[in-house]
Design a protein around this ligand. Structure first.
Ligand code: SIN
Length: 275
């Protein structure tokens, strides 16, 4: 098994192993690499849906996404699909999955099923590098701060997706979500300090209104996506990416209008987050 960094501060490409048949020892090495680098990419995997589920179960539980369409015969798999005649994609802005849950998902395993002829890459950003890049003054300001996260403004019947041509595809418009997490968390396995707010789901700091929160939140969100903190996944048939939602954010680029793209995602259960 060979690990090559995708970018100086984010992401690793893993060669020389098959996810469907990897040993426990290899799985442990993959986990450590993902905890540390935020995302790992594996080429030429050709995982069947059954193998995708079986591999995900080796990590622990599966968190079934409440909003995305599910694969009919394998409901553990969420379908991230954009049809050729749709304009809006799923996940097309910087976010980390499920931060609106009290116990956010640990990560996701995304399998490329059908790709556009060009485009449709996914960007990742490393939240440990983001935290490290903050000035001492900003670090002091966010020490001990908590933030409120929800998905209601995104998925509810009057939410962002409902205004778009993706609205009808999604489920869960009647769900209500909300969770408070520290703004700086310690990675449960590596102990590294990570910035844990995101543009998709973080609304305000605890004890402050949205308006009061926006200037500081804006500074943190800008620091998080500095180009130096990013890596880019260019998908090929058979590519699988596994990411850690605590260590990384992601953003699915929507630059392939007129073409179909379908990915299969399994979301892995996580644990409560602490400062
Ligand atoms: C997502 O899980 O947010 C979508 C990622 C992608 O489609 O590349």
């Amino acid at each position: 098994m060979k690990l090559t960094k995708m970018a100086p501060r984010c992401g690793v490409e893993v060669a020389g192993m098959q996810l469907a048949t990897c040993s426990d020892d290899e799985l442990e090495q993959i986990k450590q690499a993902i905890y540390e680098h935020g995302v790992a990419v594996f080429r030429e995997q050709n995982l069947s849906p059954d193998e995708h589920i079986a591999f995900a179960k080796r990590w622990g539980g599966i968190d079934i996404n409440q909003y995305f369409p599910l694969e009919e015969s394998h409901p553990e798999i969420a379908v991230v699909r954009k049809k050729a005649d749709q304009e809006t994609n799923i996940g097309g802005a910087w976010h980390t999955d499920h931060s609106y849950d009290q116990i956010p998902a640990m990560g996701s395993i995304l399998v490329a099923r059908e790709l556009p002829p060009e485009g449709g890459d996914t960007l990742f950003a490393h939240m440990g590098a983001a935290y490290d890049s903050l000035s001492d003054d900003l670090k002091r300001q966010i020490e001990g701060l908590e933030a409120f996260h929800t998905a209601d403004h995104v998925y509810k019947e009057d939410g962002l997706y409902a205004q778009t041509d993706m609205g009808k595809e999604l489920r869960g418009q009647d769900m209500k979500t909300g969770a408070v997490h520290p703004v700086v968390i310690r990675h449960p396995q590596t102990g590294r300090k990570l910035l844990y707010v995101n543009g998709g789901f973080t609304i305000h700091f605890v004890g402050m209104t949205r308006e009061e929160s926006l200037p500081l939140l804006g500074k943190l969100l800008d620091a998080a996506v500095l180009e130096d903190n990013q890596a880019r996944v260019q998908w090929q048939p058979g590519t699988v990416a596994i990411w850690d939602n605590r260590t990384s954010w992601h953003n699915a680029l929507n630059d392939y209008q007129g073409h179909y793209r379908e990915m299969h995602r399994i979301t892995l259960s996580g644990e409560a987050l602490a400062a």
